[in-house]
Design a protein around this ligand. Sequence first.
Ligand code: GAP
Length: 457
Amino acid sequence: MTEPTPTKIDMDKLVSLCQRRGFIFPSSEIYGGLSSCWDYGPLGVELKRNIKQAWWQAVVQQRDDMAGLDASILMHPQIWAASGHLEGFSDPLVECKNCHLRWRADELKGNTCPSCGGELTEPRQFNLMFKTFMGPVEEEASVVYLRPETAQGMFVNFLNVLDTTRKKLPFGIAQIGKSFRNEITTGNFIFRSREFEQMEIEFFVKPGTDKEWFDYWLDERLNWYVKLGIKKDNLKLRQHMKKELAHYALDCYDIEYLFPMGWSELEGIANRGDFDLTQHAKYSGKNMDYFDEETKEHFIPYIIEPSAGVDRSALAFLCDAYAEEPDKEEIRVLLHLHPTLAPYKAAVLPLSRRENLVAAARKVHADLRQCWMVSYDDAQSIGRRYRRQDEIGTPFCITIDFQSLEDEQVTIRDRDSMNQIRVPIDTLKTTLAAKLSGEELFVLPPGGKIWLEEKKG
Ligand code: GAP
């Protein structure tokens, strides 16, 4: 099978759209920015919230075998000794003897500095954890770390969750939260940064059933992206080679996405065996066994870990949604975001700023925003306003025109097809709900007058 050619999306165009329209800004911009740190603007924060909400719904809300958690970012330093992060969470670092830029040795193509061609130092291991001090005294005894993954919070709360939820194996714990890594090389926009968010699942299973659950989660997670609109051809699974496997993993696959810079990891799914609970039992002195009441056996569960990045998911959803389409003499830029992820579900647009139109539109807006994030825009021509909403991925525009004042009906314009239908205002909420949940344009509540406009735009 031939692999699809890399996507044509230009990262620079996406970065520019994100900044121009308020999705993502460089952090601390007025001070010149802070390398590899990003701020999510008014639209970015909605996109991110929607991604997290969709994930939580799929893996916690809609399942019996999962429980949520929100563990502290700062944790007991011994956790990082037990997990292997203190000793092994490092990358090989080399420094240019001439310009002093630092590089990851394993990512370099040659053995000279990519910036100035200078000679490089021998690689040394550089620990990626951010270190700080707890309390007022900066001494070795008060060192704590910003967590480099959310996972450990779930391992160390295994017994708490088990006791309080009375769950039986197999079951999982899910968590969304910030993680920090002092990456040597960052870049590709929000793909790799030093502060990022993860959505992680630790799924505890009986040893011997782990392979089956591993396959199950590969499938589940891959489908989650597809259901939310990512094209199948832009996703693939890649198994880690033996030498690539992390110290804790028996097996691992990456879900890769065809980002503008090529195929890269979007999510990792690992079979962590009994490594984590065994280590924490050893370091904490607590018995981390599970007692199976049916078979009367005691054992340490195996763990299947689907670990996704919120920021990387946001980047993949944005890349996949970005499109430029010819439209008359112009190019229409749009984000085909899935309605679940779109920052605004709809925009209310009065045809003009005439007082009576604005009043009617404001009323519709006030009503709809009880249920969804809905934008209101009355500046410039209706065509320009449609384009503005297309560019930020708003699936539906609701236009209030002079006819609306007489017949109490409004027009709904579909972002992707640009088709329009006309519906009574009193069925607008149910129509929009149906359309947002993916129902066909033609399935309308009784009484809704439907017409498809020939003219687009
Ligand atoms: N607990 C396992 C773990 O953390 P990982 O492969 O190191 O595994 C999981 O990270 C996911 O977290 C990655 O697939 C990616 O989506 C995200 N991630 C990791 N490092 C990141 C970084 N520096 N910037 C943005 N996202 C990152």
